[in-house]
Design a binder for this molecule. Sequence first.
Ligand SMILES: [Cu+2]
Length: 156
Amino acid sequence: MFLKKYFSLLWVIFVTLFATTSIQASEPVKITDAWIPEAPPVVKVMAGYLKISNSTANDIVITQVKSADFETVEIHQTVEKDGMARMLKQDKLVVPADSEVVFQRGGLHLMLINKKRALKKGDKVILNFSVGKSRYRVAAEVKEAAIEDHSHHHHH
Ligand SMILES: [Cu+2]
Protein backbone atom coordinates (compact mmCIF):
# COMPACT_ATOMS: atom_id res chain seq x y z
CA MET A 1 0.00 0.00 0.00
CA PHE A 2 1.35 3.40 -0.96
CA LEU A 3 0.32 5.21 2.22
CA LYS A 4 1.88 2.66 4.49
CA LYS A 5 5.16 2.92 2.63
CA TYR A 6 5.04 6.70 2.86
CA PHE A 7 4.53 6.62 6.60
CA SER A 8 7.31 4.16 7.20
CA LEU A 9 9.64 6.42 5.25
CA LEU A 10 8.61 9.36 7.43
CA TRP A 11 9.30 7.22 10.46
CA VAL A 12 12.80 6.48 9.24
CA ILE A 13 13.46 10.17 8.69
CA PHE A 14 12.13 10.97 12.13
CA VAL A 15 14.26 8.32 13.84
CA THR A 16 17.34 9.45 11.93
CA LEU A 17 16.84 13.09 12.92
CA PHE A 18 16.25 12.13 16.51
CA ALA A 19 19.36 9.95 16.63
CA THR A 20 21.48 12.75 15.14
CA THR A 21 20.18 15.21 17.72
CA SER A 22 21.02 12.94 20.63
CA ILE A 23 24.55 12.36 19.33
CA GLN A 24 25.15 16.12 19.35
CA ALA A 25 23.53 16.51 22.75
CA SER A 26 25.85 13.92 24.26
CA GLU A 27 28.88 16.04 23.41
CA PRO A 28 28.02 19.49 24.72
CA VAL A 29 31.38 19.97 26.38
CA LYS A 30 34.54 20.04 24.32
CA ILE A 31 38.12 20.13 25.52
CA THR A 32 40.48 21.00 22.69
CA ASP A 33 43.96 22.31 21.78
CA ALA A 34 45.55 20.61 24.79
CA TRP A 35 49.32 20.93 24.89
CA ILE A 36 52.23 20.86 27.31
CA PRO A 37 55.38 22.97 26.84
CA GLU A 38 58.45 20.75 26.67
CA ALA A 39 60.70 20.99 29.75
CA PRO A 40 64.23 19.79 30.55
CA PRO A 41 64.35 16.19 31.91
CA VAL A 42 65.18 17.35 35.47
CA VAL A 43 62.04 19.46 35.67
CA LYS A 44 59.33 17.51 37.48
CA VAL A 45 56.51 20.03 37.20
CA MET A 46 55.00 21.01 33.88
CA ALA A 47 52.18 23.26 32.73
CA GLY A 48 49.23 22.33 30.55
CA TYR A 49 47.18 24.58 28.30
CA LEU A 50 43.86 23.91 26.60
CA LYS A 51 40.42 25.20 25.76
CA ILE A 52 37.13 24.10 27.32
CA SER A 53 33.90 25.02 25.62
CA ASN A 54 30.50 24.51 27.14
CA SER A 55 27.66 24.78 24.64
CA THR A 56 24.98 23.70 27.11
CA ALA A 57 22.51 26.05 28.77
CA ASN A 58 23.97 25.23 32.18
CA ASP A 59 27.23 26.06 33.94
CA ILE A 60 29.53 23.08 34.23
CA VAL A 61 32.00 22.48 37.03
CA ILE A 62 35.33 20.74 36.60
CA THR A 63 35.99 19.04 39.89
CA GLN A 64 39.08 17.00 39.14
CA VAL A 65 41.83 16.44 36.58
CA LYS A 66 44.04 13.35 36.60
CA SER A 67 46.78 11.84 34.51
CA ALA A 68 48.56 8.51 34.81
CA ASP A 69 51.79 10.32 33.86
CA PHE A 70 51.75 12.69 36.85
CA GLU A 71 51.27 12.23 40.58
CA THR A 72 48.91 15.20 40.86
CA VAL A 73 47.18 17.58 38.48
CA GLU A 74 45.97 20.92 39.81
CA ILE A 75 44.15 23.82 38.23
CA HIS A 76 46.05 27.06 38.85
CA GLN A 77 45.32 30.69 38.20
CA THR A 78 48.26 33.04 37.86
CA VAL A 79 47.66 36.41 39.41
CA GLU A 80 50.02 39.33 39.45
CA LYS A 81 50.34 41.32 42.64
CA ASP A 82 52.91 44.09 43.19
CA GLY A 83 54.85 42.90 40.17
CA MET A 84 55.01 39.33 41.49
CA ALA A 85 53.29 36.48 39.74
CA ARG A 86 51.64 34.01 42.08
CA MET A 87 49.74 30.86 41.32
CA LEU A 88 46.54 30.16 43.14
CA LYS A 89 45.18 26.63 43.23
CA GLN A 90 41.54 26.33 42.19
CA ASP A 91 39.60 23.53 43.86
CA LYS A 92 37.13 23.57 41.01
CA LEU A 93 36.56 25.49 37.85
CA VAL A 94 33.23 26.75 36.55
CA VAL A 95 32.74 27.04 32.81
CA PRO A 96 29.62 29.22 32.45
CA ALA A 97 26.74 28.22 30.18
CA ASP A 98 27.35 28.79 26.50
CA SER A 99 30.91 30.00 26.90
CA GLU A 100 34.55 29.06 26.67
CA VAL A 101 37.42 29.07 29.13
CA VAL A 102 40.99 29.22 27.84
CA PHE A 103 43.96 27.94 29.78
CA GLN A 104 47.01 29.91 28.72
CA ARG A 105 50.36 31.25 29.85
CA GLY A 106 49.98 33.93 32.51
CA GLY A 107 46.45 32.84 33.37
CA LEU A 108 44.64 29.62 34.00
CA HIS A 109 46.78 26.53 33.54
CA LEU A 110 47.05 22.94 34.56
CA MET A 111 49.91 22.27 36.94
CA LEU A 112 51.19 18.79 36.21
CA ILE A 113 53.10 17.78 39.32
CA ASN A 114 55.78 15.07 39.64
CA LYS A 115 56.02 13.45 36.28
CA LYS A 116 56.34 9.68 36.31
CA ARG A 117 58.08 9.23 32.97
CA ALA A 118 60.35 11.16 30.65
CA LEU A 119 58.34 13.42 28.34
CA LYS A 120 59.75 14.85 25.17
CA LYS A 121 58.46 16.73 22.18
CA GLY A 122 55.75 14.78 20.36
CA ASP A 123 54.73 12.65 23.35
CA LYS A 124 51.07 12.47 24.30
CA VAL A 125 49.77 12.78 27.84
CA ILE A 126 46.26 11.59 28.57
CA LEU A 127 44.30 13.91 30.84
CA ASN A 128 41.07 12.81 32.50
CA PHE A 129 38.62 15.54 33.42
CA SER A 130 35.73 15.03 35.82
CA VAL A 131 32.78 17.25 35.00
CA GLY A 132 29.98 16.33 37.37
CA LYS A 133 29.35 12.67 36.68
CA SER A 134 30.91 12.82 33.21
CA ARG A 135 34.49 11.99 32.37
CA TYR A 136 36.43 13.52 29.50
CA ARG A 137 39.60 11.98 28.16
CA VAL A 138 41.91 14.36 26.33
CA ALA A 139 45.33 13.80 24.74
CA ALA A 140 47.73 16.71 25.31
CA GLU A 141 50.80 16.89 23.08
CA VAL A 142 54.20 17.90 24.39
CA LYS A 143 55.42 20.74 22.19
CA GLU A 144 58.44 22.98 21.98
CA ALA A 145 58.24 25.70 24.61
CA ALA A 146 59.46 28.27 22.08
CA ILE A 147 56.05 28.13 20.40
CA GLU A 148 54.57 29.20 23.70
CA ASP A 149 56.93 32.18 24.09
CA HIS A 150 56.22 33.33 20.56
CA SER A 151 52.45 33.22 20.82
CA HIS A 152 52.50 35.27 23.99
CA HIS A 153 54.88 37.99 22.89
CA HIS A 154 52.29 40.69 23.40
CA HIS A 155 52.34 40.13 27.17
CA HIS A 156 55.89 41.46 27.48
CU1 LIG B 1 50.77 26.63 38.45
